[in-house]
Design a binder for this molecule. Sequence first.
Ligand SMILES: C=C(O[C@@H]1CC(C(=O)O)=C[C@@H](OP(=O)(O)O)[C@H]1O)C(=O)O
Length: 365
Amino acid sequence: MSGNTFGTLFTVTTFGESHGLALGAIVDGCPPGLELTEADLQKDLDLRKPGTSKHTTQRREPDQVEILSGVFEGKTTGTPIGLLIKNTDQRSKDYGNIEDTFRPAHADYTYDQKYGFRDYRGGGRSSARETAMRVAAGAIAKKYLKDRFGIEIQGFLSQLGPIKLDVKDLSQVYKNTFFSPDPDAIPELESYMTALRREGDSVGAKITVLAKNVMPGLGEPVFDRLDADIAKAMMGINAVKGVEIGDGFEVIEQKGSEHRDEITPEGFLTNHAGGVLGGLSSGQDIVVNIALKPTSSITIPGKSINRKGESIDVITKGRHDPCVGIRATPIAEAMLALTLIDHLMRNRAQNADVHCQTPIVPAHI
Ligand SMILES: C=C(O[C@@H]1CC(C(=O)O)=C[C@@H](OP(=O)(O)O)[C@H]1O)C(=O)O
């Protein structure tokens, strides 16, 4: 394996580079009989695609997905689902000066060290453009989880640089290009981003993703605990530098009496654990937070070296996101959906005939 396949029973293999002909994926292990059309995938792809706001990259890609196989008469057949998105707006000349130099904080240097050379056009395989395929595959997982089990996945922007967002109205998240759960904060986000763009700089962000109505018992201790696999899924997204489940790093200062989620027959009293106990889903909401670093492609010159190892100043050209976190919500949702569907399949394979005598406790009172 060389790192381009995710999952064990429900698998996604992606291929493609930012400036190549196309991006593609093979989704294997999808149960048969799921009603599926290209529109189901396009909805999420349209949320992620570039060029929809002045605060994201100005590259314009329709990200029109084609389902090549695995669906017949509107339903999945249980055979591999082939997906394709053609690249249409490559501008490779912007990368002429990147061929022999390494942008600080980008994958340029490490790709060259590992492979000896790289497709430098648009970042090649290391480009966040690759995440389009995860979103397409994740939309299949989301649909199955929702249609068959009522599991709902919802993400939102919870912080952009210094601006922390309150969760005021989750129904507004997909109606604004920031994925903000606080519509009142949009003017502040707009002016922050406008100033940042003028400086030619970039900034980090935090995304929260929730999964509701997950049944207890998903996850495979000890190495494939659900939280461990969620962390792997999230860290595999470009620019992600941190993952927290539930209270995350806040647990450091908590006492056991504060942190524990007490259980009553009517429901759990709190959810500090973020829906995972002992590496298994508890039936409470799964709560994941991820930290995305500031985009490395910025127009402020920075010190680096060329391929000969000589000192140079790098100036990045091209069309880039000043905050990759702005478009990361659908990507994080997709990766959580892919992790959950894979564990659902795995749980079904081993434990379909298990009966636990204890009733399932509601997620919360
Ligand atoms: C194209 C997308 O984002 C790209 C992500 C990206 C990078 O280095 O990650 C670099 C830019 O590519 P280009 O210079 O070719 O425009 C972004 O536009 C996308 O998300 O679909």
